[in-house]
Ligand binder design. Structure first.
Ligand SMILES: O=P(O)(O)OC[C@@H](O)[C@@H](O)c1c[nH]c2ccccc12
Length: 260
């Protein structure tokens, strides 16, 4: 069983338990569910922002604990001050030590788009995302079939959410280009063996139609890499560990951005 299979097996259980605890109607009656979402494409096109989607990430299956000392509010406030286009918050409890409470804490601190970073397999999780302050949801092509990508992305759009679809290779990309997707992210990390290579981004960028916002994800630790990816055609850059592994992620990002 690959790590991705393990995560999805656990996720199915987690979603069933959540459904038994909190009804959809209760999620839909929260104040956050009513709010209008920030637009990812507006924020990425805003010349005053730098295209970075900075992630709050306590732990990961490949690295174990990355940061267990920083508070969500402090980190994401620093990210916002550094001029990022959006913030990503992991909500998976078992493999990434995240939570929906982290997402709400980020929402309270931010006036820019917020991504719920999660393994989404069910519409329920999309309602949950909106009810806890997300503007953007992630769909991962490696764990969904094309019909699911279409149905889940259309459902998210019907709630006013933005959709980021993650792919890792040309085959996944070919199955993924539906109008209900706003942005396509190329994950430089293989979710099965954790190997990271920027070549995935560089090889796929020209195959992504320009109507999608193009995002390069994972393993970015050098401002020069942002320049290289931008020249190749990317508008968004998803970065987590490089900031989170430091003693003060809110300072580390400012130092990084000053070198762009
Ligand atoms: O910490 P990094 O290497 O900068 O990567 C961030 C982000 O791209 C990564 O956390 C990620 C990309 N796709 C995912 C899917 C699920 C969980 C996590 C991820």
């Amino acid at each position: 069983m690959t790590i991705l299979d393990k995560i999805i097996t656990k996720k199915r259980l987690e979603v069933e338990q959540a459904k038994a605890l909190v009804a959809v109607a209760d999620l839909e009656s929260t104040p956050l569910f009513e709010r209008a979402c920030f637009s990812l494409s507006d924020s990425v096109r805003n010349q005053g922002k730098n295209g970075i989607i900075a992630e709050f990430k306590r732990a990961s299956p490949s690295k174990g604990i990355i940061n267990n000392h920083s508070s969500v509010a402090e980190v994401v406030t620093g990210y916002q001050e550094a001029g990022v286009s959006a913030v990503s918050v992991l909500t998976d409890p078992d493999f990434f030590k995240g939570s929906l409470a982290d997402l709400v804490a980020a929402r309270e601190a931010l006036q820019i788009p917020l991504l719920r970073k999660e393994f989404i397999i069910d519409e329920y999780q999309i309602v949950e995302a909106k009810a806890h302050g997300a503007d953007i949801i992630l769909l991962i092509a490696a764990v969904l079939d094309p019909a699911e990508v279409k149905a889940l992305s259309e459902f998210a759009k019907s709630l006013g959410l933005n959709v980021l679809l993650e792919v890792h290779n040309q085959e996944e990309l070919g199955c993924s280009m539906v109008d209900s997707v706003d942005a396509i992210g190329v994950n430089n990390r293989n979710l099965n063996d954790f190997k990271v290579s920027l070549d995935h981004s560089l090889e796929l960028v020209d195959l992504i139609p320009s109507r999608f916002i193009k995002v390069s994800e994972s393993g970015i630790s050098d401002p020069n890499t942002i320049r290289q990816l931008r020249n190749a055609g990317f508008q968004g850059f998803l970065i987590g560990e490089n900031f989170m592994k430091t003693t003060a992620p809110s300072k580390a990002i400012k130092e990084f951005v000053s070198q762009l």
